[in-house]
Design a protein around this ligand. Sequence first.
Ligand SMILES: C[S@@+](CC[C@H](N)C(=O)[O-])C[C@H]1O[C@@H](n2cnc3c(N)ncnc32)[C@H](O)[C@@H]1O
Length: 266
Amino acid sequence: MNEYPLPTPHPTSAHPARVYNVWLGGKDHYPVDQEAAELAAGANPTIVPSVRANRAFLGRAVRHLAAAGVRQFLDVGTGIPAAENTHEVAQRAAPESRVVYVDNDPIVLTHARALLVSGREGQTDYVQADARDVDAILDAASRTLDLDQPVGLMLVAILQYVKDAEDPWGITRRLLDRLVPGSYLVLSHPAADVTAPEVAESMRIYNERAATHASATPRSRKEVERFCEGMEILEPGVVTLTRWRPGPSDPADDSLPMWCAVARKE
Ligand SMILES: C[S@@+](CC[C@H](N)C(=O)[O-])C[C@H]1O[C@@H](n2cnc3c(N)ncnc32)[C@H](O)[C@@H]1O
């Protein structure tokens, strides 16, 4: 399954996990990632608050699912471990929670040990795979997750790396098809229709420096809603990050250009 070579000491193209790591204030990136991250954030100053709000949304969504009784999570597009990874949030709420992480970037694999430190009652696993390899992901996940029980499928800030021509909607549907009713989709995605000129310019800057397979596409609210087709979208619907059930300490800035939603499979 490992068709992605380990990064060379001086990669010439930027990669999503490492660029995201720059924006989150981490140390796991190369100069090419730092340059792409800084130039893109210069063109769109909402990027850094957006990635922070995205992590906060991920935490709120996992807590919501845990409160709804979900004990299994499939987190595709995990990223380099940061604060409040999915298993930490889920196992704090329910120690028996099981989490399978999936990412296609070898740098995430090199950090996987941090993701595998599960509480004793729960379990975690890491699978190196591409989101486009739906069957491989589900087969590997089924070693840890019971696919006859509900699963929280996390597609948080990843689908922008799947091009229209690769049918991200079909990939999402095929992942959900193998999950039982009562499963959930947790989704966030850069917006093409909020602060549109700044988003377009920052994406152009990033894409110029990114590996071809990792270029990004922002999408409109309607296009993001399509990922939840046939599911019950929980209140408050497809909204910008800080509008999804904010807590008292969450910032109120609702102009951050990322859509998010949580939907339940019926
Ligand atoms: C922007 S980060 C998001 C990390 C985390 N989900 C979060 O929201 O904090 C996107 C992650 O998706 C991964 N990724 C991008 N394209 C992918 C693909 N086709 N298959 C699997 N992972 C992918 C990247 O390597 C990166 O780690």
